[in-house]
Design a protein around this ligand. Structure first.
Ligand SMILES: [Zn+2]
Length: 138
């Protein structure tokens, strides 16, 4: 299960609303305790996708490396990636699955008409063929 603390959660929702009607993306930093993950900080990253960003996001590998380093510097880990789905449910699309990494949690925020609607967290399998829903609290 994954728990997002209030402050990073507010950062994520504000970021998703600000980029609407485009998708936003960012990194989630925190700690892992057994099966439980605790997100303590969210870092907004650029959507680097060069086409229409309303239904697609792309992270720059160097931005992810920077987020990973920032996490380590603060005694945390990079535990997941978040992105938004403008006017769409918080499902995990085939593209999301293909661009995922099995060792991260993927939180998807559904933004409907510019407002936060609901969110889900997904855990891709090693082959990136299926993603299971992960229990999410925020
Ligand atoms: Zn997506």
């Amino acid at each position: 299960m994954i728990r997002i603390e209030t402050e990073p959660w507010q950062v994520m929702v504000a970021h998703a609303r600000r980029t609407y009607p485009n998708e936003c993306c960012g990194a989630m930093l925190g700690t892992i305790d057994g099966d439980g993950k605790n997100v303590r900080e969210a870092i907004a990253l650029d959507n680097a996708f060069e086409g229409a960003q309303a239904a697609r996001y792309e992270l720059r590998p160097e931005d992810l490396l920077k987020a990973d380093k920032a996490a380590r510097d603060r005694g945390m880990d990079l535990i997941g990636i978040y992105h938004s789905h403008p006017d769409c449910d918080a499902y995990f699309s085939t593209t999301d699955l293909q661009n995922s990494c099995p060792w991260y949690s993927f939180v998807v925020l559904s933004i409907q008409k510019g407002e936060f609607h609901h969110a889900n967290s997904w855990l891709p399998n090693v082959d990136q063929t299926v993603a299971d829903k992960e229990e999410l609290t925020y």
